[in-house]
Every structure is written in C-alpha cells, then in structure tokens.
Design a protein around this ligand. Sequence first.
Ligand SMILES: O=C(O)c1ccccc1N[C@@H]1O[C@H](COP(=O)(O)O)[C@@H](O)[C@H]1O
Length: 225
Amino acid sequence: MVLPMGSPTSTAVKICGLTNIDQAKSIAALGVEAIGVIGVASSPRFVAEQQRRDLFAQLNSFKPELQRVWVVADPDDTDLSEALQGEGAPSAIQLHGQETPEHCANLRIQHPNTQWWKALRIRSHEDLSLAHTYAGQVDALLLDAWRPGQLGGTGHRLPLNWLHQTSFELPWWLAGGVSAEWIPELLSQVNPWGLDASSRLEISPGIKDLKLVEALVEAVRQQQK
Ligand SMILES: O=C(O)c1ccccc1N[C@@H]1O[C@H](COP(=O)(O)O)[C@@H](O)[C@H]1O
C-alpha cells in the first residue's frame, strides 16, 4: 500500500534511528506520522534485516497509517527488491547516498507501491538548487546538514536563513539536529511539510529518550495552535 504524503493540517513528525520495537510502538502511540530505521551498515543505529522486518511488521499491525521508513544509501537493486516484499516491508525508502534524479525515477517506476524520499545534504545555500532537479522524480525531499564523511544522524542543523524565501515543488522534510527547544524559532521561520529528528533525542545511538521525543511532539503541536 502506498501511503500518500497528502496535505497535513499540521507539521508532520518523523522519528528516526529506532532499533527497539517497544520504543518504536511507544513513539507511534504519540501520534507521529513516520518512524525510520537505519539500513546503512556503517551507522551505529544500523538494524539488521530480521529485526527490521519484525519492527516494521509490528508497527504495521499497530498503526497501519504510519510511514515505516527504511533509510539506505546507494542500495543494491536486488537487496531493495527483496526488502520491499513480504511482511515487514517498509512503506517508504529514504535515499541518503549519491542517487541521481534519473535513478530515483527508475526506482519509483520499478516499485510504484513504495514512497521514495531523497535526502540531500546541504553544504551551502547554492546546494538547495539541487532540490529542483528531483521534482517529479521522487515523492518527497529531506534536507539535512552536510558534515564531512557522514551520511546523516549528525545532530547538525542547517542555517534557517538558507531556507527563507525558498520553495520546493515537492513535500519536504527538514532534518538535522531537530529537537523541542528549536521548534519555536524553526517554525516561526520556515514551513516544512515535516520534521525529522534522531540523534538529539537519544540516550545513546539507537536508544531514544522518550521524554525528549514527547517534548518534541508537544512543541510542534503547540506551534500549530
Ligand atoms: O542516523 C544515522 O545514523 C544515519 C546514518 C546514515 C544516513 C542517515 C542517518 N540518519 C538520518 O540523518 C538525518 C538527521 O539526523 P539527526 O536528527 O541530525 O541525528 C535523519 O533523517 C536520519 O534519518
């Protein structure tokens, strides 16, 4: 089933880097729109196949409307095709590697029942122009801060002024260092489709502090009132 991005009445929240099923269900119960699991082997948050399938299968039974996002970088075509089949398949793939617009478009044609989100690590204001080349090729963009030698999960933030007076053709998630105390400033300046948060909500890599997750969800809700 493809879960459409739609037009939310409020800013969507994605919590990423989950490794534990009970934590994932507790976070789903807070009313977030998406939960992500890392499939990049070099990450300290990496989750192996069977554990990922169990986690996604349980989330699907618990809350079918939740986006179950698998975060990968330059995935092998065969691995992708296998991962997208059977119980515990993700509903969305977040691409964090060097995937070109053409490659993304091909993946989308091959797997039309999956959402395709392209992560762009933004190093300068000029890098934002890259976002437009993915219009019509993916279902959403995710804008993250660039750090040398790291694909994501860094806790670093994009300067918000880079996003002033910028608009995108696609729904977009803002990622990178998202946490509750940043929300009033962030949502007073930019209007992303959704916010994606991971490392600033952790006790240790892959283990969330549920109080920090709850504080983020509450901070976003407060800004929508
Ligand atoms: O979290 C990781 O370890 C990771 C590894 C490889 C690619 C992406 C990864 N995480 C993604 O990075 C962004 C921002 O995270 P943070 O809030 O700054 O920690 C987010 O989309 C994660 O999904």
